[in-house]
Each structure stands twice: as structure tokens, then as C-alpha cells.
Write a protein that binds this ligand. Structure first.
Ligand code: ADP
Length: 280
């Protein structure tokens, strides 16, 4: 499902974020990615989301070679992904229902499908009765469940979750991971979850990949990989955060629209080093 082959990433300012990182994730796997702050976890996720491209090496997701993906195809590619952020990234002035429905509107779904799917996604996360509420009327755990419903509503093949439990209390954290677990078991959705909570990750008996200094230093699916540097791994005491939280509704809507239709694709994809503009 996901293949990284000798992927390196050097940002424009010379920072080496990933070095010769190779890994394979099967369809339907649930993988935790852990590592200390600055290890390269967010860069790894941004590569899967095609927010960044490698400086060298290749990435293939579901048969699509991301290095060669044309800019106008990126929103279509991203429809495979359901994304969950540490800061929930809900639109404050839209109801729970509207927040989830928005993800379907940007891909041009039919109104009949929207009402059916949104109701289903909200029931999966146990929020049917809160559909008319606004995000700020919900607890952090509930807001993250709305974000999860939004990630699910378009039948994502892969859920990418960046510190989804970073802003919620421990009890709710378990609830979120349990929901991800159920989604993984019931629909065979591939789950990639970055977390600094190593104990939480360990308690699920799933595959754990440790990234350190931009490369994989251990992988429970491949016990033979134990690279120097793994001993240095210090779990983060505070999550590093993935993006700066957009503060304006328009910013969040614009971001979500980059997961929508060709016509709504932003002119320029994020490219910190100028290489992610695929040629036509
Ligand atoms: P993590 O998510 O594990 O904390 P990141 O992938 O965010 O790690 O960062 C890996 C390294 O790359 C760090 O040294 C970080 O400062 C650097 N980095 C991340 N994003 C950028 C960027 N856009 N430009 C320059 N350096 C960056």
C-alpha cells in the first residue's frame, strides 16, 4: 500500500529531515510511528500526503508514484486519504454535521449521498445526537471524533493521523485509538498514526516504527532492523504539532478543498524547496 524507497529529504535551508528511509506498509495495516521531536515524523506524513516531495528516493502509494504525480492530480490522490490533526481543524462556525458534510461537498458528492454518509459516519463515532452543535460546544475528545468522522466519510483507503491524541485527556485518547482500531478491523482501512505516547502505542500490540534522525531505527515488524541511534530515543514530552493551526475558517476550508476537485485545486502546492511543482 505504501512504499518508501531510500527516501531522503533536505529542506531548502539545508536541514536534513529524512535520510535514506525505506519501509513498506501493507494494505489494512495499523502502524504507529514514534520518535522524538525533530526525528522526521511530520516530514514522513507530509510525504504520504504529497505536501512535500523527496529530494531523492521514491514513494509509491496504492500504485501511484508520488514523485511523478502531476499537480492537477494531487487533489484526486488525496481523496484516498483521511487526515486527522492534533488540533482537530474543524470549521468553528459550522455545525458537526456541516463540518463532516463539507469534506463531501468539496469532492462534489450528490446531496443524497451526503446526508446518508454523514449520518453513518457520525453514528460510527457516536455523535449522532450532537450533529447540530458547534465545535466549541463539544469536548476535545468529541471534536476529535468529528474530525475522525470527516476523515472517514469519503471512504478513505488510508487514515493519516498526526498526534490525534495530543490535545485530549488520556481516557478520551484511548477512545480515539479504539475507534481507529475498529475502523481498521472493520473496513481494512490502513492507519498510520504518529504519536509521542509510546506506552499507548505499545498497549495495542500493533506494529511500531521508530524514526530517529530521519531514518527508521526500529520496526517491530522487522526486528532485524535495530540501528544505532535507537538507544537515544527519548519520547517527546510535548507533541511537536504538525501544522500551524489555521485560525480563519477560510484557511481551513481552503486546506480541505485541496482534497477536492481538480477545479478547486490550489494553483501552487506547498513546496518549501520548489521541487513539488510537478510538470504538466
Ligand atoms: P518531527 O515531526 O519528528 O518532530 P519534523 O519532520 O517536523 O520532525 O522535522 C524534522 C527536521 O526537519 C527538524 O530538524 C525540523 O526542524 C526540520 N524541518 C521540518 N520542516 C521544515 C521546513 N519546512 N523547513 C526547514 N526545516 C524543516
Amino acid at each position: 500500500m505504501i512504499d518508501f524507497l531510500n527516501v531522503s529529504k533536505t529542506y531548502a535551508n539545508g536541514t536534513k529531515a529524512l535520510t535514506d528511509l525505506s519501509l513498506h506498509v501493507d494494505r489494512g495495516e495499523f502502524v504507529f510511528v514514534v520518535g522524538s521531536s525533530g526525528a522526521g515524523k511530520s516530514t514522513f506524513l507530509k510525504m504520504i500526503m504529497r505536501e512535500e516531495v523527496p529530494s531523492s528516493g521514491s514513494i509509491v502509494v496504492d500504485g501511484i508514484e508520488l514523485n511523478k504525480l502531476k499537480a492537477r492530480k494531487i487533489p484526486y490522490y488525496r481523496r484516498k486519504l483521511g487526515i486527522v490533526f492534533q488540533d482537530f481543524r474543524l470549521i468553528p462556525n459550522k455545525t458537526v454535521y456541516e463540518n463532516v458534510a463539507f469534506a463531501m461537498h468539496v469532492i462534489g458528492a450528490k446531496p443524497k449521498d451526503v446526508s446518508r454518509r454523514v449520518a453513518y459516519a457520525l453514528s460510527l463515532v457516536g455523535l449522532s445526537t450532537k450533529a447540530k452543535m458547534l465545535p466549541n460546544e463539544l469536548s476535545g475528545g468529541e471534536q476529535q471524533r468529528v474530525a475522525l468522522a470527516r476523515a472517514l466519510v469519503n471512504h478513505a483507503d488510508i487514515i493519516v493521523a498526526d498526534e490525534p491524541t495530543g490535545n485530549i485527556d488520556p481516557e478520551m485518547s484511548k477512545n480515539i485509538v479504539e475507534l481507529l482500531n475498529q475502523i481498521n478491523l472493520n473496513s481494512k482501512t490502513t492507519i498510520i498514526m504518529v504519536t509521542h505516547e509510546v506506552d499507548l502505542a505499545k498497549s495495542y500490540g500493533k506494529r511500531i516504527i521508530t524514526i530517529q534522525n530521519g531514518t527508521v531505527v526500529s520496526d517491530t515488524a522487522h526486528p532485524e532492523i535495530i540501528v544505532d541511534g535507537n538507544d537515544d530515543f527519548v519520547p517527546e514530552t510535548a507533541p511537536s504539532g504538525f501544522y500551524q493551526a489555521p485560525t480563519e475558517d477560510a484557511e481551513i476550508e481552503s486546506f480541505l478543498s485541496s482534497y477536492g476537485n481538480e477545479s478547486q485545486a490550489p494553483e501552487a502546492q506547498s513546496a518549501s524547496d520548489g521541487t513539488s511543482e510537478a510538470s504538466e
